[in-house]
Design a protein around this ligand. Structure first.
Ligand code: AMP
Length: 208
């Protein structure tokens, strides 16, 4: 099962990706996570990506496409994967179609107001990487593993606004997948469990 999750930052793509990966035992490939790991490890890729990420801009294609290409060649992707946060522009969608054939592109959508509310209250766990809403922290710690939490630098209110402006999913990406008959759209206003039911009903229609 090869799935692409599209949608604005903060719409819950990462959470849905985790739920799909757990149920179907396939890897979760988040380009944002790959960049953040590289930044934390001080790699050359991380240094280049950081300036774009800090500004709320997209990292250039020549860096982004290569990391996906390398990742999809790894053994654990043989039976499928969930791509979270890639493609974000048409050129990336076209490059992906040359790497492999995906089964569905599901857009997880949410209103800007709710996105700003969720992202500004999102805290990340240093230990397990899980995002927790501020109101759901347990005594200030991760709801999942009890680890220490932090705020992502790009979840600062002024960067969130930039991300929403600069990273609006272009219509030509949607059209690319519509033309292939692979596009589906879901609104994630409801709980993550409710949203997952909708996602999973789409996945259950995929023939293996
Ligand atoms: P995310 O965790 O998906 O919100 O990604 C964090 C940041 O990484 C984004 O704000 C972008 O700067 C960068 N990024 C992630 N995926 C891509 C992509 N497919 N193309 C360009 N930049 C990306």
């Amino acid at each position: 099962m090869k799935i692409v999750l599209l949608g604005p930052p903060g719409s819950g793509k990462g959470t849905q990706a985790n739920l799909i990966c757990k149920k179907y035992d396939i890897p979760h490939i988040s380009t944002g996570d790959i960049f953040r790991t590289n930044i934390a490890n001080g790699t050359a890729l991380g240094k280049k990506a950081k300036e774009y990420i800090d500004a709320g801009s997209l990292v250039p294609d020549e860096l982004t496409i290569k990391i996906v290409e390398d990742r999809l060649k790894q053994d654990d992707c043989k039976n499928g994967f969930v791509l979270d946060g890639f493609p974000r522009v048409r050129t990336q969608a076209e490059a992906l179609s040359k790497m492999t054939q995906i089964d569905k592109a599901i857009m997880i959508d949410l209103d800007d107001e709710e996105i700003i509310n969720r992202l500004s209250k999102r805290r990340m766990c240093r230990k397990c990487g899980n995002p927790t809403h501020l109101d759901n922290l347990i005594n200030g710690y991760c709801e999942k593993c009890g680890g220490e939490v932090y705020t992502r630098a790009d979840d600062a209110p002024e960067v969130i606004k930039q991300r929403l402006i600069k990273q609006k999913l272009p219509q030509d990406v949607v059209d690319f997948y519509k033309d292939l008959g692979l596009f589906e759209k879901i609104n994630s206003t409801n709980s993550m469990e409710e949203t997952f039911k909708l996602v999973d009903s789409i996945l259950s229609g995929i023939k293996e």
